[in-house]
Design a protein around this ligand. Structure first.
Ligand code: ATP
Length: 447
């Protein structure tokens, strides 16, 4: 993973946030190739979850919301991590995660007192990850919501607003709007990609646990008790999407939650086997009953019952949720594609074996020689044509072997070379990233 982190910076995929100020914990910026890869993942997800489905629509809701939204969702009261601090070196640990490592499951419903009792009974088994001391403070519940002051002109913080702790709330808030203004009828789904912010106590593992991240969520509204079959279908569908990205199936697995929150009827995670870190969650799939729309009915005073247009049954729909962290999936895709290999001539090369759909650059266009104006001019023409349809890069810098290596590293599937034959017969040399083989193709055929 260390190699991948340094590669990601060196090749302009991911930079540490506020880098010139020495960085800021849990924040990262996507660079020129990173933003292309990220956008391609989003496009693929949107196509699979909105465009290709008859009964799904997308939205993009405002990040700031009425403060009561986060009370209704349970985030103001209960969105917290249990934290203890090492008295020797001040390192903070997530008590539930440390207990988990020694095989003890802390229940999400436990009060602070109950957690302290459990922690006290096991203190001798938990050492500080930094200094190895076993000398911790008591456990405190630490709220993860990030507070802001939008519209607070008095400065007395009477009406705190929050940055979203999860992206999905905007979907529940617009359930009624969508029913009233579109032809969607239960069962139907709503998709959204949005930013989420969490005051993570120990951001770590590169893009895996950050304080600002993006989630791609779907909420599927079904008739009460008609959840099981739909949930299984959604699980299969999400699994297949990861395979469609070209991710190695051996590196994916399902994990069912042992401890469900009180309203949930089932919950599964899709995990990916990251280098160094091992298997961990990239997406959660939650069978959430009528909790979300009931809570918002109660807190907003707006009735979110749905009336079936055919049977006239009236009910609060149940919700099946999929919630994927884009940073984690980006890291899974990058890890899966990152390959260092020895070629036939004994040279080593780094290749990013990204699918054509995800590659930041589809075609790199080179003139064979930089100092032959007729080649450069023709290559620019080819670039202009290809770039109307595909993300392309023009490169005339350095010898051709070096240019191929640069494109292999960023995962460009094909390099197109304009040489002297091109001027004669209009064919281009097309070199394949994975096989390194070259073939001759007419420019019209490429387009
Ligand atoms: P974890 O147990 O790892 O904290 P979670 O179960 O709280 O995750 P959810 O609230 O279900 O996560 O969020 C859905 C998805 O959002 C996760 O599967 C993950 O991909 C992503 N996610 C959650 N927290 C973070 C984070 N701090 N940084 C990056 N991605 C995150």
């Amino acid at each position: 993973m260390e190699d991948i982190v340094s590669f990601a910076k060196r090749r302009g995929f991911v930079y540490p946030g506020s880098d010139i100020y020495g960085g800021e914990a849990g924040l990262y910026d996507f660079g020129p190739y990173g933003v292309e890869l990220l956008n391609n993942i989003k496009t693929s997800w949107w196509r699979a979850n909105v465009r290709s489905k008859e009964n799904y629509v997308g939205i993009d809701s405002a990040m700031f919301k009425h403060p009561k939204v986060w009370e209704a969702s349970g985030h103001v009261g209960g969105f917290s991590d249990p934290l203890a601090e090492c008295k020797q070196c001040n390192t903070r640990i997530r008590v539930d995660k440390e207990l988990g490592k020694i095989g003890i499951q802390a229940d999400e419903k436990m009060s602070e007192d109950e957690l302290n009792n459990l922690f006290d009974a096991n203190r001798d088994k938990i050492a500080c990850p930094s200094c190895k001391a076993k000398d911790f403070s008591s456990v405190k519940a630490f709220n993860l919501l990030v507070q802001s002051n939008l519209g607070d002109f008095t400065g007395d913080n009477e009406r705190p607003v929050y940055l979203p702790g999860e992206a999905c709330q905007g979907i529940y808030l617009n359930f009624k709007n969508i029913v009233d203004t579109t032809r969607m009828k239960v069962p139907f789904g709503v998709a959204q990609i949005g930013k989420a912010f969490r005051n993570e106590i120990s951001p770590r593992n590169f893009l895996f646990r950050t304080r600002e991240f993006e989630q791609a969520d779907t909420q599927y509204f079904v008739k009460p008790n008609e959840n099981k079959e739909a949930y299984e279908a959604i699980k299969q569908d999400r699994w297949n999407w990861y395979l469609s990205l070209g991710i190695d199936e051996q590196k994916l697995r399902w994990k069912q939650h042992d401890n469900l929150v009180f309203y949930a009827s089932d919950a599964w995670d899709i995990e990916y086997e990251f280098p160094t870190y091992g298997f961990d969650e990239i997406e959660g799939l939650h069978d959430r009953t009528d909790y979300d729309l009931s809570q918002h009915t109660k807190f907003s005073g707006t009735d979110l019952h749905y009336t079936d247009p055919y049977t006239h049954d009236k009910y609060i729909p149940w919700v099946l949720e999929t919630s994927m962290g884009l940073g984690r999936v980006f890291l899974a895709v990058l890890s899966d594609a990152y390959t260092v290999e020895t070629m036939d001539n004994g040279e080593e090369r780094t290749v990013l074996r990204l699918s054509t759909e995800l590659a930041p650059v589809r075609y790199a266009v080179f003139p064979l020689l930089k100092n032959k104006p007729e080649l450069v001019e023709k290559a620019r023409e080819v670039f202009a044509e290809l770039s109307k349809k595909y993300p392309c890069e023009f490169d005339d810098n350095g010898n051709i072997g070096k240019r191929y290596r640069r494109q292999d590293e960023i995962g460009t599937p094909q390099c197109v070379v304009v040489d002297f034959d091109t001027l004669e017969d209009g064919t281009l040399s097309v070199r394949d990233r994975d096989t390194t083989e070259q073939s001759r193709v007419m420019i019209e055929d490429l387009l």
